[in-house]
Write a protein that binds this ligand. Structure first.
Ligand SMILES: [Zn+2]
Length: 305
């Protein structure tokens, strides 16, 4: 079982090509699947990576450009044919909800599952999803149309109990939960046993930020400050910086500067322009600014450890 894993379904820009597919990722968090963006071919790559449709209940669409959402209608249709039963929630900007509702009503009548749209508000930081162990928050990006990034943040975990101490003090089961949350234990005789003697540190909490598509902007670094692993679009090399500005995108170097400013541990770059035959220059220029850079690729899996 994956604890917290990023699965890259597509990391090219614009259109599907023989080399890369348009943007889409699956976050596998303790066997619950969360999709971010749904470019064409996303459902096919999901199958290739053996990611189960039945476990997918939330889809987050960053913005309404085709390379980030042309796969959505086809995926919903497939989920319907697979007799998906649990509800599906699509987190999307208002115009997208309107458009996709119409298309689903036309092409996928009588869906066997409940389909919900959760509206992402333009230009705001907004909690989109929460359960016992995870939150997903949207934050603004700076593109040619309303665009949002997403932060997947694990909640603090409980401390590990030391079995031998439980035995030694004969601690009742009903006290264990509080002790895991940091409480001391008081014996029937009134002796206080400090929590630090009864437990060891909790596992570190992990977080992941998805930043695509966006101009280079310091506000992005502020929004994702302290996140462990950042995915940032890196559409262009230095020589094409003017194109990045004109089209609302970033260079690989700029992506790396964002990771550095945010004090991330790791950067994944993607959303590559089709004009390059390989990603060597993108990687080289990113590494000049930040030491730990991974090139996204279709079917790549990255574990957050
Ligand atoms: Zn794009």
């Amino acid at each position: 079982m994956a604890n917290f894993q990023i699965n890259i379904l597509g990391c090219g820009s614009a259109t599907p090509s023989m080399k890369h597919l348009p943007s889409s990722q699956i976050i596998d968090f303790r066997n619950n699947l969360f999709m971010i963006d749904c470019g064409e071919c996303a459902q096919l790559t999901m199958r290739r990576m053996k990611l189960k449709f039945s476990r997918l209940n939330h889809i987050f669409i960053s913005h309404l450009h085709g390379d980030h959402c042309f796969g959505l209608l086809g995926l919903i249709s497939t989920l319907a044919l697979h007799e998906k039963q649990s509800a599906l929630t699509i987190h999307i900007h208002a115009e997208g909800a309107k458009l996709f509702k119409q298309m689903v009503d036309f092409f996928c009548r009588d869906l066997p599952f409940e389909l919900n749209f959760n509206i992402i508000e333009q230009g705001k930081t907004q909690l989109l999803f929460e359960n016992n162990s995870l939150t997903v928050t949207a934050f603004p990006l700076y593109h040619r149309v309303p665009c949002s990034g997403f932060i997947f943040q694990e909640k603090p975990k409980m401390r590990h109990i030391r079995g031998e101490m439980v035995k030694f003090y004969n601690i009742p089961v009903r006290c264990i939960h509080d002790i895991k949350n940091g409480a001391d234990y008081v014996t029937p005789e009134g002796q206080v046993i400090e929590n630090s003697r009864l437990t060891t540190d909790a596992d570190p909490v992990m977080s992941y930020a998805y930043c695509s598509d966006t101009l280079f902007d310091h506000r992005v670094a502020q929004a994702v400050a302290g996140v462990n692993t950042i995915y940032h679009e890196a559409t262009y090399v230095d020589d094409d910086h003017a194109l990045a500005i004109a089209r609302g995108h970033s260079t690989a170097r700029e992506a790396a500067i964002i990771a550095r400013e945010a004090q991330a541990q790791r950067l994944i770059i993607g959303h590559y322009s089709k004009r390059y035959t390989d990603e060597d220059t993108l990687l080289k220029q990113a590494l000049e600014e930040f030491p730990n850079v991974i090139l996204a690729n279709e079917q790549l899996r990255v574990d957050l450890l």
